[in-house]
Write a protein of this length. Structure first.
Length: 224
């Protein structure tokens, strides 16, 4: 059984690299830090770096910060803000930029469980101050996750997850983007999570980002 699990894990980790050799798989890199102040309040900071090819043609970075308030046992309110920079295609950070943006975003996340299966619904509003003028955007994400493995210190070391997110605006054509993700998480400790995933993004009539397929690598630190 352990051999089967190991082979499965190797296949999951190697598949995006194999795919990258056949077509332009981009990279999507995340570093996230969360500080839990108490049972209700927490602070966070995050940075992202993306490329349109496999660790080549870097065209996007962002950094953001904010706070979370758990106002109910299965509901959290978040207020965040950050800088979002999108460059042109054709190389690393090619100028002039497609978009230079400052963004403020309130959101509510609802959680529920069906046995060991975790269900997440995220509602986010974005107030976008871009180089092409002010914009509104609304996002809804539905996510499913399943933690597994031998529990230790009140956490399970492994988790698989999938999510789908849709983006809308208040201007025609209203629908702007669809983003789908599957991921595998490993927690070597209670405060550290490593993530590898595959993300597909489809854009409809949008000119500040490019829809692609990405290998997603994440490093998450949580301080209690």
């Amino acid at each position: 059984m352990k051999r089967v699990s190991l082979v499965t894990l190797i296949l999951i980790l190697s598949t995006p690299i194999i795919i990258a050799q056949n077509y332009d798989l981009g990279s999507w890199n995340i570093v996230n830090l969360k500080l839990n102040v108490n049972n209700k309040w927490s602070l966070f900071g995050e940075s992202q770096l993306r490329s349109l090819k496999f660790y080549n043609n870097f065209n996007y970075y962002e950094y953001k910060a904010g706070f979370n308030y758990k106002f109910y046992s299965n509901a959290t309110f978040t207020l965040g803000a950050g800088s979002y920079q999108t460059y042109r295609e054709g190389g690393d950070f090619v100028t002039p930029k497609n978009n230079n943006e400052f963004r403020i975003w309130p959101q509510i996340v609802l959680f529920q469980s069906l046995g060991k299966l975790k269900i997440e619904q995220r509602y986010r509003t974005e107030l976008r101050f871009t180089s092409n003028g002010y914009r509104n955007r609304f996002r809804y994400r539905l996510g499913l996750s399943y933690p597994f493995g031998k529990e230790k210190n009140d956490y399970k070391p492994f988790k698989v997850s999938t999510s789908n997110e849709i983006f809308f605006t208040d201007n025609e054509p209203y629908f702007e983007r669809n983003r789908m993700q599957v991921a595998f998480n490993y927690k070597p400790s209670k405060s550290t999570t490593l993530q590898v995933g595959y993300l597909h993004q489809f854009d409809y009539k949008i000119n500040d980002e490019t829809g692609r397929d990405f290998l997603q690598i994440g490093y998450f630190i949580e301080i209690f």
